[in-house]
Ligand binder design. Structure first.
Ligand code: BGC
Ligand code: NOJ
Length: 811
């Protein structure tokens, strides 16, 4: 069963059956104001922070699923229906949802009335625009009643769903003309309110949920809509909503546009009131006026489209396979922007109240995003580094609104510091802007402790060196990349979270081979950076440390056929053939082969062969094998998941690319690409029903071979999977890899490929690259010419800005 299809020309995914296996969502907004919107118009908006500035109420894990959103109801006398099918679920004559780049179009048609809804957040605007085009497609005059509906959240999304003894008394609104203002708590500490407007006179309204829906009805059958009569209620406490009512009459063939604006305003303390108790609405009125005609809305949509043209113009592949092209040119890049904006905060699997911006997550997100907007990436790495502690350790998360480290989660994840080296070097490689290294960056957000960004990198590097265990391998701390390998946690209390509970690592011997590989890989990046900026002594010192680590891995981290995963608290092996369960893991074998540790001794080939034999499945590579079947107190959360799910032998799409990249290091392009296509959504269209989540973006996890339903995905959108797969395909398989001193060309492709073309905008110039593969090999550049002139080697040096170069590559 298929629920939709790609429309590449419009860069849209078109959903034709609203009853998708799970809500298939999209994101609106570019910087400050964001919305989540499902294919049935569910979802919510927020300003900057999905926890502290939630505009509308959304009930996660509700029955029915995906309840709450921007709903429009049509009562035509015969039936009550919604253009997006939900919540009434009245059968439509026609339904279509088009998710595009930061906009969504949903249209429904019934009994000769068509409603086309366009949703987007104009660039730089603190509001969602909803343009509804109502048309009469019949031969008779149509008269019907039209209602909008939006339920306000009382700002803090967490307390909004728990503190009812207070919440039911605080709600306040104002209604002025066709605009409904939500001003709960504005009278005291808040400097912000929200509003919902429509660009026409209305015939009524409601702002009290109980009056509109009815205490014992639900969104599918609100009392007011059924009766066809608004009550003009003004909410006092309980649950404030915003609903406009309009009577519409359309001649055959006639159509009309209604433009709704759902917005957010902040006022200065001394400018909050127009008169006593009446809020100052000036800013809201400005935004409403800016988008009060169809022409203005369409112009804003064109701007949004142009913005995306510019972003997606920076890397365009023409491979001859439309699935690969749409994956690389459109959807993977789009998802990278979304993960950059949201980290792991708000999706249909992340409630927006749990997590802020992850230190390691946001650094990794950069590798898929940095080419899209290097200036934003620059600010981001500075924000991230500012939360680092003076000893190199890091707050694991920070809050986007305050940019301060999150005390509830704290630190002690010993992989975190190394990811900063990835973040900063990725930024420099893309932009060529070495000046970021001289930027003064605080520690723990304390300006008085500021040091240069370069020093942050040195301190990050040293944090690993200063925290080695008995095997001269990195101590794991609370956890490494795998948040669920909690080797110092020892939790028997079901009321505590593995993620936040205090660890006791006193006397611990728990070491991580994943961090060891990570250290070698990014330690070398640090060394290259030191050399390029003339810090030879530091480069030599760092080289010594990296060499020591390589030795320690070879001596104490090799299990005979693959790399170990870790040593536990007591110094016992994890990820060894000696273990009964969890004999082999993906992470250490990924990073150690990416870093080519022990390659001369054949370790990398053996390790990747073992991964293929033991971890590869039809749907991707599982994280570990055999899965843990019992709770192991000395391992923590990993062993709490039933076999085949999440970190316990699920297919973690985030680190499949580490194996792909490892394969490209060995020159095995066929294998690398096979792994790529197994999990890339554009290649999974035929299994939409099993896969369940959106067919246009990656999910964090696909159920592994031990699971009840192998191949079923969960946790779509907000995952490092997006950035890593983008890096794997563009930089390592296609091999177009930004370097400190130019662009490296080093493809490792399937042998059957004749070649491919890429247009790449880089540091202000354009490279039109054509790779030819006459001998059908995977890897090994024979010759490169730039505008017909051969160059030495495979690094294209930095070229002149503003120009376009033809680069011909022969393998
Ligand atoms: C999940 C991990 C996640 C961690 C931190 C765990 O429950 O399994 O994937 O990294 O929580 O939020
Ligand atoms: C999701 C988290 O966001 C990420 O930081 C972590 O590395 C993975 N899960 C694996 O546990």
């Amino acid at each position: 069963m298929k629920y939709g299809h790609f429309d590449d020309d419009n860069r849209e995914y078109v959903i034709t059956n609203p009853a998708t296996p799970f809500p298939w969502i999209n994101y609106l907004g570019d910087k400050d104001f964001f919305s989540l919107i499902s294919n049935t118009a569910g979802g919510y908006s927020f300003y900057k922070d999905a926890k502290f500035r939630r505009l509308n109420r959304y009930r996660y894990n509700n029955v029915p699923m995906d309840d709450g959103g921007r709903y429009f109801y049509i009562n035509d006398g015969d039936s009550v229906w919604n253009p997006g099918w939900k919540p009434s679920k009245t059968e439509l004559d026609h339904y279509e949802c088009r998710h595009g780049m930061n906009y969504t179009k949903i249209s429904g048609e019934k009994n000769g009335i068509k409603a086309e809804c366009l949703f987007f957040v104009p660039l730089g605007t603190w509001a969602e625009i909803q343009k509804i085009t109502l048309s009469n497609t019949s031969n008779e005059v149509k008269k019907f009643k039209f209602f909008s509906y939006n339920e306000w959240a009382l700002w803090n999304a967490a307390t909004d769903m728990e503190n009812f003894q207070r919440n039911f008394s605080t709600g306040e609104v104002e209604v002025e003309g066709s605009v409904i203002y939500h001003k709960t708590e504005y009278r005291e500490r808040r400097n912000h309110f929200a509003y919902y407007s429509v660009n026409t006179e209305i015939d009524g309204f409601d702002t009290d949920r109980e009056s509109f829906v009815g205490l014992y009805n639900c969104h599918a059958n609100p009392e007011v809509v059924l009766s066809g009569k608004p009550k003009n209620t003004v909410a006092h406490g309980w649950s404030p909503i915003a609903s406009h009512y309009k009577e519409i009459e359309l001649q055959p063939g006639e159509s009309t546009d209604l433009i709704f604006v759902l917005g957010y305003v902040e006022n200065a303390e001394d400018d909050k009131w127009e008169s006593k108790g009446v809020i100052n609405k000036t800013k809201a009125k400005e935004v409403i006026a800016k988008f009060n005609t169809t022409a203005k809305v369409e112009a804003a949509l064109s701007e949004l489209r142009a913005y995306w043209d510019d972003i997606l113009d920076r890397f365009i592949i023409d491979s001859g396979d439309e699935r690969l092209d749409r994956q690389v040119n459109i959807w993977n890049q789009y998802q990278c922007m979304i993960t950059f904006n949201f980290s792991r905060s708000a999706s249909y699997f992340e409630s927006g109240i749990g997590r802020g911006m992850g230190f390691r997550d946001s650094n990794q997100d950069l590798i898929g995003f940095v080419h899209q907007a290097p200036e934003r990436a620059r600010q981001r790495v500075i924000d991230i580094a500012s939360t680092q502690f003076p000893d190199g350790g890091c707050y694991h998360q920070y809050q986007p609104l305050t940019k301060g480290g999150n005390n509830e989660v704290g630190g002690g994840f010993n992989d975190d510091p190394m990811w900063l080296i990835l973040g900063v070097t990725s930024y420099i490689k893309e932009s060529g802007d070495f000046s970021i290294l001289d930027e003064m960056v605080p520690f723990d957000n304390d300006e008085s402790l500021a040091q240069t960004m370069f020093n942050h990198l040195t301190i990050s590097f040293n944090h690993v060196v200063n925290n080695l265990g008995p095997n001269k391998l990195p101590l794991i701390g609370r956890a490494d990349w795998n948040d669920c390998l909690n080797l110092n946690c020892f939790s028997m209390n079901p009321n505590e979270s593995f993620q936040t509970t205090e660890n006791n690592s006193e006397g611990s011997k728990a070491e991580s081979l994943m961090i060891a590989g990570l250290f070698v890989y990014y330690g070398r990046e640090y060394i290259d950076l030191c050399k390029v900026i003339g810090k030879e002594e530091e480069a030599a010192r760092a080289q010594q440390e990296v060499d020591n680590m390589v030795e320690a891995i070879k001596q104490n981290g090799w299990d005979g056929e693959w790399f170990l995963r870790a040593y536990d608290f007591y110094g016992n092996k994890i990820g060894s053939n000696e273990n009964e369960e969890g004999k082999i893991f993906i992470e250490s074998n990924g990073f150690c082969t990416m870093a080519k540790i022990g390659d001369d001794e054949g370790m990398c080939e053996k390790a990747l062969d073992a991964v293929k034999e033991r971890l590869d499945t039809k749907y991707g590579i599982v994280l570990n094998n055999p899965a843990y079947t019992t709770y192991r107190i000395e391992m923590g959360e990993i062993s709490t998941y039933p076999p085949g799910y999440k970190e316990n032998a699920g297919i973690f799409c985030h680190n499949n690319p580490w194996i792909m990249i490892g394969e490209t290091e060995l020159g095995r392009g066929d294998q690398a690409y096979e792994y790529y296509t197994k999990i890339a959504p554009a290649f999974l269209e035929d299994i939409q029903e099993l896969h369940k989540t959106e067919p246009y973006v990656y999910s964090q996890m696909i159920a592994g071979k031990d699971a009840f339903k192998p191949g079923e995905a969960k946790n779509s959108w907000l995952t490092g999977t997006a950035a890593w797969n983008y890096a794997a395909i563009t930089q390592h398989i296609l091999g177009i890899r930004p370097a400190l001193q130019g662009m490296l060309i080093d493809p490792c492709i399937p042998t059957k490929w004749d070649g491919f073309k890429v247009s790449r905008k880089f540091r202000g110039y354009t490279l039109n690259i054509e790779v030819k593969n006459p001998n059908h090999i995977s890897k090994g550049v024979k010759q490169i010419t730039i505008d017909g002139k051969p160059i030495e080697g495979n690094l294209i040096p930095v070229l002149e800005k503003g120009k376009t170069y033809n680069v011909n590559v022969t393998l």
